[in-house]
Design a protein around this ligand. Sequence first.
Ligand SMILES: Cc1cc2nc3c(=O)[nH]c(=O)nc-3n(C[C@H](O)[C@H](O)[C@H](O)COP(=O)(O)O)c2cc1C
Length: 281
Amino acid sequence: MLDFKVDRDKCISCGGCAADCPALIIDMQAGYPLIHATKEKQCYRCQHCLAICPTGAVSILGRDPAASQPLAGNLPQPDQLSTLIRGRRSVRRYLDEELPSELIDELLATAWHAPTGHNARQINFYVVSDRNVMAELREAAYRGIRENVENGQLPARLSFFRDFVPAWEQSGIDVIFRGAPHLLIATAPKRVAAPEADCLIALTSFELLAQTQGVGTLWNGLAKWTFERIVPQLRSRIAIPADQTIGYCMSFGLPAMAYHRTVQYDAAPVIRIKTLGPADD
Ligand SMILES: Cc1cc2nc3c(=O)[nH]c(=O)nc-3n(C[C@H](O)[C@H](O)[C@H](O)COP(=O)(O)O)c2cc1C
């Protein structure tokens, strides 16, 4: 049941909602939008109808358009967003301090608005918010890696993990988690259209927003490999169900340092497609 409602006092019959509906299930009838009961199943639940209505006349899924954030005047300037994208850096040194749980929840609530294939919205955010749990996870990870090394079971392509164990056990250098107090693991069911992409886009959104709050992040491929390839028992201990793909992992926390300027990469290789080659047939 979509609970699609139109406030006829506010509707100006512009047809914007019908034109924008990706599933093409909104019809204009006698000047007002309508979704036939037979078409409800095709709805993406994307709420474009609510978002596009200039007068806030359309409600769907029980949402009150007045509770949405207005966009006009509330978006960042292009140069600010560009500086954010260019200025974000991988943080590999963290303060031994926990972030407030409310801040983590706020970041995740917004990251949850990132687009997903076919609007699947099936991502799970597994988050370590307690640094004592992070410490336990860290110890278990290095112990598990050491056992793999001792048993000669480290996958050949991940043999470089061997060096991480003495670095941690003898020198306290945490190459995998970089001493971050928190870890975020984004997962999605294997059956959805684009599980990996969905997770990566959500984590990218998380990372950028985190930076505006002074929170540092690190894309953590080493953690992902640890959970998937080396110490899968940890995946079970975190209780990630077998039907889930680990999209990616991200360490985060308060940085122990600050970056003062953007870096200067070479120009992006942009290839303009001006002609198409001959068709195969
Ligand atoms: C998918 C992905 C996985 C990464 N995995 C790790 C990792 O496991 N450990 C690490 O220290 N850095 C990791 N990085 C960080 C990259 O090394 C880093 O993004 C790159 O050197 C550029 O630096 P910058 O992020 O500060 O711009 C990863 C980055 C990406 C995008």
